[in-house]
Ligand binder design. Sequence first.
Ligand code: CDV
Length: 315
Amino acid sequence: MPRKLGIAAAQLGPVNLADSREAVVKRLVALFREAAGRGAKFIVFPELALTTFFPRYWFEDQAEVDRRFFEPSMPNPVVQPLFDLAREHGVGFYLGYAELTEEEGRTRRFNTAVLVDPDGRIVGKYRKVHLPGHADHKPQAQFQHLEKKYFEVGNRGFRVWRFLDTITGMLICNDRRWPEAFRVLTLQGAEIVALGFNTPTENLHYPEPPALRVHHHLIMAQAMAFQNATWLVETAKCGFEDGFRMFGHSLIVAPTGEIAVKSATEEDEVVFFNADIDLAANLKRTMFNYAAHRRPEHYRLIVERVGAEVTPSSD
Ligand code: CDV
């Protein structure tokens, strides 16, 4: 019997600065109900799903940032309806949010996602490792990308959880550009990788055709799923947030590298696929049988060196 799992990417359209958390959660609840109605047992919501993508703004006052955009507890009364729905429908979910926490005697801030099981319990937490952008104010730029100012690098590594009769790992947005992250997850047996994202349509650093940015998003997703023989679910928050556009193209990719389903709008939209989790079995037994074919003795530079350095060969 193949293991089938109904998976939904619950894409969010724009969340403006003035939108309340309560209003956003109402939209998430509507997406949840639609996804569950279509047979989803696992729903993936976006990165930083509860607020606008605030790293685009420079704020002087950190207390204001904490109050407006960060969650000091999870769950909390505002998001509780999602946890109640999980229990009511027997459906698990992934939710991205800005996490404010006291750890090691100090206040810490992370770009975080939690994995919630069908009993409404948090069973996994991931803190984003690859933080793009900058920490300084760039007043000349069209918009900021201040993840390096507002968040610390995640301190929990790349982990997987036994979840809904699968092995599931979590990543967040920019992580999808780094093959190392996927390989660390699939070395632990990941069968599903869930990821939420917010990707501006414009490149902050140099002019780049928006179509090319979407092209990169799609080829990365297909390559990462295939080369790691895993299902991959990537969910956008997208559209014009107070005039700043982010692209959609939420998708579910099969371990074959084929896009099973993809969103068609930049609005609230559910994409659903009834996934055969065992579809990767042949690939994992042959082409991507890690135990048989990987040669880590030749990969040492991957962990020993961070930036590229020209290293002339000696013979
Ligand atoms: N939220 C993100 O991590 N966004 C980045 C942008 C800045 C390139 C991304 O990789 O999509």
